[in-house]
Design a binder for this molecule. Sequence first.
Ligand code: GDP
Ligand code: MG
Length: 308
Amino acid sequence: MENSSATDQPVNFRAGFVSIIGKPNVGKSTLMNVLVGERLSIITSKAQTTRHRIMGILNGEHQGTPFQLIYSDTPGVVKPAYKLHESMMTFVKGSLEDADVVLFVTEMGEKAADHEVLPLLKRADAPILLVLNKIDLSNEEEVKLKMEEWRQVVDAAEIIPISALHSANIQSLFEVVVTRLPMHPPYFDTEELTDKPERFFASEIIREKIFLNYRQEIPYSSEVVITEFKERDDMIVIRAEIIVERPTQKGILIGEKGSMLKKVGVQARKDLEAFFDKKVFLEQYVRVEPDWRSKENKLRQYGYNNND
Ligand code: GDP
Ligand code: MG
C-alpha cells in the first residue's frame, strides 16, 4: 500500500472499495452475494453477521483491464438507540469515508422523503449509485415513478433498478460499478486470501484498531500477521504479530506498562468475537523488522506484492 513504485507509475489495473449501505432488510447482503458470488474468486466470512463490515473481494478482468473490487456490506442503518448501534454506525461511516463507489440500496417499498440514510450520504465524496431493489414486487410504471421520486432527493450518479433475489439487471449494475473504479494497483494479494479468509478478517480488525489508536507513522509502519488461528468448540485462539520498523515504534505501540497494546487487544477482541460469533482468545506480540516495507520478500509474505 505504501509501496511508492506501485502508486507512482500508471497501471493497467482498476481497484477500489465499494460500500453497500441502506436500511435493514432492503437486500444489501443478498446483493453482495450475487455481485461477488457469481464470479471468480470470493472471500466471505464464515460468520454471516452484518454487525460489522464484511468484505467481499472480487478479482477479474473487464474489457482487457484486470480489476479488484472490494465490497463492504454494512449493518443496516438504524437510529442509534443502543450502544451497540452506535458502534455499528461507526462502521457504516468508516466504510463511507474510504469508499470509491457507494451503492445506496433502497427497495420499492421505501419512501424517498426524509430517508434516514440521506444525511450519511453527505459524508461520501465518492459517486453514489442508487440501487432500487425488489422491482420484482412491482410493475414498470411504479418503478419509473419511484426512480423519479428518488431523483428529487438524492444527487445520485445513476439510479439502477434491480432484483437481487432474481438476479435481474445485476450485470448492468456490475458494469456501472467496475467502470467507476479508479485506476489503481490491487490492494490485496488474492492468493494469500482465498485459503485463509478468517485470518484475513482477523488481521484487518486488529489493523483497524491500530489505525484508531495511534497517530501518524505508526499505523503505516505496522503490519499485522496472524501466526495462529485455531478454532475450538468453545473459542477461537488467535495469535497476532504486529510488525514495526523500529524499536521506538515498538515502544509507542506497547505503551506505558503495555497499556496501549492492551487497549488495542481489548477493542479488537470485542470486534473479533462479534464477527466470528464466538469467544476469542487473542494474544499479540510486537516484533521489530527493520525496513520491512522495502524488503521484497517481506512485502510478499504480508500480501503486498503486485504480481498476479
Ligand atoms: P439486508 O438486511 O439489507 O442485508 O437484507 P437481506 O439481503 O438480508 O434481505 C432481506 C430480505 O429481503 C430477505 O428475505 C431477502 O430474500 C429479501 N430480498 C432481497 N432482495 C430481494 C429482491 O430483489 N426481491 C424480493 N422480493 N426480495 C428480496
Ligand atoms: Mg444484511
